[in-house]
Ligand binder design. Structure first.
Ligand code: F6R
Length: 610
């Protein structure tokens, strides 16, 4: 998703903007640009593609000046191109804007502006904003931005610069994240903290409908209506090092290896000292409110939705409450039955996914209580939900989610147990048994990671295939979906996940000689059934890799061609282990094919458009 950086201070702005944008690369982008107030006036340089293209362009002709804005764009309106890159300017070249989000009524506004003689150079919605501001400008950029914003509908975060006022930088937040960094004699704007952490740890987090006017000396916070806003500076206590690769070749590999730590952190403080119950002091939902819950809706996108599918089984089995799982982009439009006794659980690593956020708001509008599982403190989802469970995965930089997904599973285990103990649906001894098994998960993950070389060998042979299948039953099917998505997104190999028993209803036609099938067999009560489905694909020439529990290899050896064993845990907890070899498989397949593992094509880390 797009990234914004802005600077006003005493140093050259260009290197600060470029370095800041580099820190936001993880969000995904396809072009970049900066605008700086130089001695010649407002100057803009942009380039499609990676930031290095922009840097190359700036090498010969640097933009010198101590106030500027920068942007990395992920195309939504108009293809990735130099012209469509931000910053955008008006026809007089006196106003420059960077923008994240979407202006829903931009076509209407553009038509009006064109009738009034404005010429547009790009296909973007953003360009409309710079023109609108120029129209509204009467000597005060803050007022002009306020008036322009009133005409705009949609979700946006803005950074605005004008040649007329070289000592002011304006920022606006409307449903798209934006923070303000406060330094001595210098101020920053950014769409995410890492962009400015090198310079300051003191930030203001803007809320929807708020704006900030930055000068070298201070920051004025106000609403877009012009009313003053008072808020405390938030001190960031995490360190940029945690966001660096730490010796691994890629962020994804580092993040896969961080999972034992992430599991421990996510469980820490959430299990009673005697290990017999779950403690979630962050939840404000009372036992009485929980008892009144008659159904649960889990709503999320992509990988987070796959975690939600595991969450469904966990909650239904432990707490015996019916659960539905929805893709967030579908949820609002299917008129879901949301009542006051519905608990809506939204799951989002970034906490900024537009569809998930919209589902959250719809659920609240219908009177449901919303519980969020997210990895980002202070994210929109975290702020708007009634209750939040933070997964302590730490910043996830690789676009493909690994530790954020697996810690969502840990959060679901904790939540399911918490619900069960509150509702009395499980004996205390059973809760203690699950917690004891959870306690062993980090070590068990370590032992799987110790076999990464074996997975690498399998991945290298799989990388030669043009298509493959993941199959599983029950909770294994949910993990199969995640394994398949992971492979697709970073290796670009076509793959599909199927409930093992469903293959024979059509898709079996695609199984032919040599097609790899990865069969998850961790649910031993379903073993015989899945073995029958494996026989169906074997009969059509498939090469089957079985993912089995340690100690069960002998039983499956007769059916599969190769197998990989994961340490034994309780059936309900297996996803937290079985997903690890699948993550490694995707990583090594992508590597073998020479792809950019951390920044796969056509993907964004945080998807803030619907
Ligand atoms: C895949 C991936 C995406 C996200 C999805 C939702 O690896 O990361 O499928 O899971 O875009 O993102 P969040 O969890 O930030 O809401």
């Amino acid at each position: 998703m797009c990234g914004i950086v802005g600077y006003i201070g005493f140093r050259e702005s260009q290197p600060i903007l470029i370095e800041g944008l580099k820190k936001l690369e993880y969000r995904g982008y396809d072009s970049a640009g900066i605008a700086v107030h130089t001695e010649r006036g407002l100057e803009v340089t942009k380039a499609v593609g990676r930031l290095v293209n922009l840097e190359n362009r700036l090498t010969g002709e640097p933009l010198c000046g101590t106030i500027g804005i920068g942007h990395t764009r992920w195309a939504t309106h108009g293809k990735p191109s130099d012209a469509n890159s931000h910053p955008h300017t008006d026809n007089s070249l006196k106003f420059s804007v960077v923008h994240n989000g979407i202006i829903e009524n931009y076509l209407e506004l553009k038509e009006e502006l064109m009738l009034a003689g404005h010429r547009f150079l790009s296909e973007t919605d953003t360009e409309v904003i710079s023109h609108l501001i120029s129209v509204e400008y009467e000597g005060d950029i803050v007022k002009a931005v306020q008036k322009a914003v009133r005409k705009m509908r949609g979700a946006f975060a803005l950074g605005v610069l004008t040649e007329h006022e070289p000592d002011r930088l304006v920022a606006v937040r409307y449903a798209s994240p934006l923070i303000i960094g406060v330094g001595e004699g210098e101020k920053f704007i950014a769409s995410d903290i890492p962009a400015i952490l090198e310079y300051t740890r003191d930030i203001y987090i803007l809320e929807d409908g708020e704006m900030a006017v930055l000068t070298r000396e201070g920051v004025e916070l106000l609403t877009v209506e012009g009313n003053p806003v008072a808020k405390d500076v938030f001190r960031v206590n995490w360190d940029l090092m945690t966001a660096e690769k730490g010796g691994y070749d890629h962020f994804m590999l580092k993040e896969i290896y961080e999972q034992p730590r992430a599991y421990r952190d996510t469980m820490r403080g959430r299990v009673s000292e005697d290990g017999r119950s779950v403690v979630l002091p962050e939840l404000s939902i009372t036992a009485e409110q929980l008892r009144a819950v008659s159904r649960v809706h889990i709503v999320a996108c992509g990988t987070a939705m796959h975690a939600g599918m595991v969450g469904k089984t966990v909650i239904e089995q432990l707490a015996r409450i019916p659960v539905e799982v929805d893709v967030a982009s579908e949820y609002r439009y299917r008129s879901p039955i949301i009542t006051k006794d519905t608990l809506v659980i939204v799951v989002s690593q970034s906490g900024e996914t537009a569809d998930t956020l919209a589902a959250l708001r719809e659920a609240k509008r219908c009177g449901a209580r919303v519980l969020a599982i997210t990895n980002v403190v202070g994210s929109s989802v975290a702020r708007e939900a009634d209750d939040v469970i933070i997964t302590l995965a730490g910043p996830e930089i690789a676009v493909a989610s690994t530790k954020a997904y697996s810690t969502m599973l840990i959060a679901f285990f904790l939540l399911g147990l918490y619900m069960a103990q509150t509702l009395g649906t499980q004996e205390e001894a059973e809760i203690a048994r699950v917690l004891a098994a959870m306690d062993s998960l980090p070590e068990q993950v370590e032992s799987i990671l110790g076999q990464a070389e074996t997975v690498k060998g399998i991945a290298e042979s799989i990388a030669k295939s043009s298509s493959l299948f993941f199959i599983g039953r029950g909770i294994d099917y949910a993990v199969a979906l995640e394994g398949s998505l992971k492979l697709k997104e970073i290796s670009y190999i076509h793959s599909e996940a199927y409930a093992a028993g469903e293959l024979k209803h059509g898709t079996l036609a695609l199984i032919e000689d040599g097609v790899p099938v990865i069969a998850l067999l961790t649910q031993e009560d379903l073993f015989e059934k899945t073995v029958s489905n494996i026989k169906e694909v074997k009969a059509r020439g498939a090469e089957v890799l079985g993912l089995v529990n340690e100690g069960h290899e002998e039983a499956s050896a007769k059916t599969v061609d190769r197998q990989f064993a994961i340490p034994r845990t309780l059936p309900l907890l297996t996803p937290a282990l079985s997903v690890i070899p699948l993550q490694l498989l995707s990583y090594y397949a992508s590597l073998a094919l020479g792809h950019d593992v951390d920044k796969p094509r056509n993907l964004a880390k945080s998807v803030t458009v619907e």
